[in-house]
Write a protein of this length. Structure first.
Length: 287
């Protein structure tokens, strides 16, 4: 009974801390970097940590809180969202769905995937799985960076003299490619290094969870935007005749790349540190 109470106390303590961090991020400039109608948000990191530390239910709870706080931004509570304010004016209910559901679903799915990865890494060779998943993430980042660079080049080509709106796209595209290649290189080094050397204590599944939290958040958020508001004049103007994929790349290319890189690194390091400090797992049966 006492052991169960201690686990429950740890569970709710972590839940409360992550909620507090989300509120700080949402109500202060610390967690949001506005860029045009969108923002680079750090709120995806507590969602990833919740999925790592507390599993699918914890991820769902923190993701739902993130969704609620995101909706409040449509009401200019916290850091206002220019897009959210416009969408709320068009249809308040759909604006709530578009803000809430993607974030809740993100936390739930990341928790499910993380649990599955934990089982895989226990059952199979960590080196082989690190190579596979590291290569997948690296290829996605590198490919996305290449597309963003081409988008930035097109923006520069169409720009008026003295202006270069695509420069930021090109810079972040190059960074994304470099990070992607670095991830692949690290995965290869981990795979083929001498077995006599000490094994790394880094937990690849934590880094993968961080990547997925950012990746799925962007995918779900933009899909909901197009599905729920794609018929409106506001979104049609933003899409400017582009198909769904090119719209996402052109609209959130830099934002999404930065979020994926930051979330992958921070979530991976924090998750690994929590396990190293024996704060995790919450359920001792996982040991």
């Amino acid at each position: 009974m006492k052991k169960a109470n201690r686990m429950n106390m740890k569970y709710f303590t972590i839940l409360a801390l992550l909620t507090a961090i989300l509120m700080v991020f949402s109500f202060t400039p610390l967690g949001t970097i506005p860029i045009g109608p969108l923002s680079i948000t750090l709120n995806i990191i507590p969602v990833a940590i919740a999925a790592i530390a507390l599993g699918p239910i914890g991820g769902l709870i923190i993701g739902s809180i993130f969704g609620l706080l995101s909706f409040l931004q449509c009401l200019s509570i916290g850091i206002p969202s220019g897009m959210g304010i416009v969408l709320f004016g068009i249809n308040p209910f759909l604006a709530f769905v578009q803000r809430f559901v993607p974030r809740a679903l993100d936390g739930l799915l990341v928790g499910l995937v993380y649990n599955a990865l934990r089982d895989l890494f226990k059952k199979y060779s960590a080196k082989n799985l690190t190579l596979v998943f590291g290569s997948i993430i690296g290829i996605i980042l590198a490919a996305a960076g290449a597309v963003v660079i081409s988008t930035g080049a097109e923006k520069n080509r169409l720009a008026e003299a003295g202006q270069s709106p695509g420069t930021a796209f090109i810079i972040f595209g190059i960074i994304a490619i470099a990070v992607g290649l670095a991830i692949i290189a690290l995965a290869l080094v981990n795979k083929f290094r001498s077995p006599a050397k000490k094994e790394s204590k880094l937990m690849p599944e934590c880094f993968i969870a961080g990547f997925l939290s950012a990746f799925l958040n962007t995918a779900f958020f933009m899909t909901a935007l197009v599905v729920l508001f794609g018929h409106t004049e506001y979104v049609q103007k933003l899409m400017d005749g582009r198909n769904f994929l090119m719209f996402i790349i052109a609209f959130v290319g830099v934002n999404a790349l930065v979020e994926m890189v930051v979330s992958t690194i921070i979530s991976g390091l924090v998750g690994t540190a929590l396990y190293g400090a024996r704060v995790l797992p919450v359920n001792k049966k996982e040991n």
